[in-house]
Design a protein around this ligand. Structure first.
Ligand code: HEC
Length: 148
């Protein structure tokens, strides 16, 4: 009888130790910093923005979206507005494709048309990186500069 009790207690201790070890492992996994991950996606997207290898026309995104999309650009007669908080704008009607698109679809549209490249697959990290970069560009409203 005593032996059984000791055995049960020992078993319970082992079980709780295992549970503790598992929790510690989860904690280590949780160390991924989402803000840091986003910041590096934006950095990679910024590099892709100047990468002619996305297409075959020799153009990059910066050929039309000046200064990384922070300044207005020109295409023939058309003025291209600088990017501004695109994460909040899309999905929206995209004039040039004459339909509603997500931000990723707009990016692929620009890859396929001006850049004459192949569209990126929905789960291609480069598409998320480009979208992260484009969405990160915000025009600073003068009013916001007054910090009170
Ligand atoms: C030949 C010029 C040209 C190139 C090169 C180009 N785009 Fe565009 N892009 C446009 C035009 C024109 C628009 C439509 C602008 C508008 O509606 O104000 C546009 C719109 C966009 C928009 C939506 C902007 C908004 O304000 O709603 C995004 C995002 C975008 N492009 C991303 C890209 C990316 C990423 C690349 C590179 C892969 C790229 N573009 C390459 C011409 C270009």
């Amino acid at each position: 009888m005593k032996k059984t009790i000791v055995f049960v207690i020992a078993l319970a201790m082992v079980a709780s130790m295992l549970a503790f070890a598992q929790k510690e492992e989860k904690k280590a996994e949780a160390k991924v910093d989402p803000a840091k991950e986003l910041a590096s996606a934006i950095e990679r997207g910024k590099a892709l923005f100047n990468d002619p290898k996305l297409g075959t026309s020799g153009m990059t995104c910066s050929s039309c979206h000046m200064a990384g999309g922070t300044k207005p650009g020109k295409m023939g007669q058309m003025t291209i507005d600088p990017f501004d908080a695109l994460g909040a704008k899309y999905p929206a009607y995209f004039m040039m494709a004459k339909r509603v698109m997500t931000l990723s679809q707009v990016i692929n549209w620009c890859i396929m048309n001006p850049l004459k490249g192949k569209p990126l697959a929905w789960d291609d990290q480069r598409l998320a990186d480009l979208a992260a970069y484009c969405a990160s560009v915000k025009q600073a409203p003068e009013k916001q500069e007054k910090k009170e």
